[in-house]
Design a protein around this ligand. Structure first.
Ligand code: NAP
Ligand code: ZN
Length: 355
């Protein structure tokens, strides 16, 4: 990136020190903005289920203290001398990545998210000052301008925050696998990711069907854009749809039976996983070979595609359905998410961080 060794400054965040500890107020350090950095005052931060996996070290790579949060929107408060994309006062967003070498084949192909050098907003090592990268449950963030997104001015800012992860994570596979008119598309799990998948699949013109374990979400699913809802624990409802789906997007955060959904695919149907449970999910090969089916996966999306998604949302008036919380409600919010009790994304009002 650059040989500059920046100074650091201290700020307030919410952090956890160990997998079973709650999140509590903490002081962390960030680098002072370098020539190509912007500093963003964080106004809202979405709460992704990945924040829980990460805070509790369920994926096994968490460095502590851990500061989650990668659905960040706010206002630019400082710009480095070589920054051209933003000026002080602009709205800006930051998602799950804050860096990459930009020179490897994946970066050159416009897929920074798959670069081996990708730096996560949290869960990576800070490339300039060392130590863990700290996420958005904090006063502000410093990021290379390439990894900051322009935010449409016409949308509710709190409802935009979840687009930076839940939005792009569902938009990208639906685009990559070319979901559109004439297709029957399933969305498994109506949480933060799932509800955005429903909105996008509907906007792309598909026939959208939600699979949920929560019968109480049926009406919401239809309001969000689904044409049909299947309660996945109801065998009869499941059987009625066997072999009929062109594409299924799996947004589930916990262990579940993939084979039950592969059976829903038509011949040459495709299923992509974006949910990231900590345990392996067994696949019976016959679920795939009977009908030449494809099972794939997808991680967030590139910066270019994230900007495309935000612009698309601006044009179509798409935001996340949110429940605003105070920073000190974060531990309770995690417990509610684990019970699938979120409609459909918690967003932290960061003005409450120091309240
Ligand atoms: P979320 O809001 O908690 O939603 C997860 C949904 O999964 C729940 O609302 C529930 O939907 C369903 N579910 C939960 N437990 C279940 C179980 N035991 N069996 C079946 N269904 C269950 O989580 P999220 O923020 O959308 O994240 C979902 C997953 O995606 C997480 O694992 C997260 O880490 C991962 N993720 C991946 C990426 C990526 O780049 N691939 C990016 C962001 C997040 P119903 O009530 O409708 O059943
Ligand atoms: Zn996320």
């Amino acid at each position: 990136m650059t040989d500059q060794k920046p100074e650091t400054y201290s700020l307030t965040a919410y952090a956890t020190e160990a997998p079973s500890n709650p999140l509590t107020p903490a002081t962390i350090d960030r680098r002072e903005p370098t020539d190509l950095d912007v500093q963003i005052e964080i106004l809202y931060c979405g709460v992704c289920h990945s924040d829980i996996h990460f805070a509790r070290n369920e994926w096994g790579f968490t460095q502590y203290p851990a500061v989650p949060g990668h659905e960040i929107v706010g206002r630019v408060t400082q710009v480095g001398s070589k920054v051209t994309k933003f000026k002080v006062g602009d709205l800006a967003g930051v998602g799950c990545m804050v860096g990459a070498d930009m020179s490897c084949p994946h970066c050159k192909a416009g897929n920074e998210q798959y670069s081996p050098t990708m730096v996560g907003t949290y869960g990576s090592t800070e490339p300039f000052i060392g130590g863990p990268t700290f996420g958005g449950y904090s006063e502000n963030i410093v990021v290379n301008e390439h990894f900051a997104l322009r935010v449409p001015e016409n949308l509710d800012l709190a409802g935009v925050a979840p687009l930076l992860c839940a939005g792009i994570t569902t938009y990208s596979p639906l685009r990559y696998w070319q979901v559109g008119p004439g297709q029957k598309v399933g969305v498994v799990g109506l949480g933060g990711l799932g509800h955005m998948a429903v909105k996008f699949a509907r906007a792309f013109g598909a026939h959208v069907v939600v699979f949920t374990t929560s019968p109480s979400k049926k009406e919401d699913a239809m309001r969000l854009g689904a044409h049909e809802v299947i309660v996945s624990r109801n065998e009869e409802e499941m059987q009625a749809h066997t072999g009929t789906f062109d594409f299924i997007l799996d947004c589930v955060s916990a262990e579940h039976d993939l084979n039950a959904y592969l059976a829903m695919l038509t011949v040459e149907g495709k299923m992509a996983i974006v949910g990231a449970p900590d345990k392996p999910l067994p696949v019976a090969v016959f679920s795939l070979i009977m009908g030449r089916k494809t099972l794939g996966g997808s991680m967030i999306g590139s910066i270019g595609e994230t900007q495309e998604m935000l612009d698309f949302c601006g044009q179509h008036g798409i935001t996340s359905d949110i429940e605003m919380i105070r920073m000190d409600q974060i531990n309770e919010a995690y417990e509610r998410m684990l019970k699938s009790d979120v409609k459909y994304r918690f967003v932290i009002d960061m003005a409450t961080l120091k309240a």
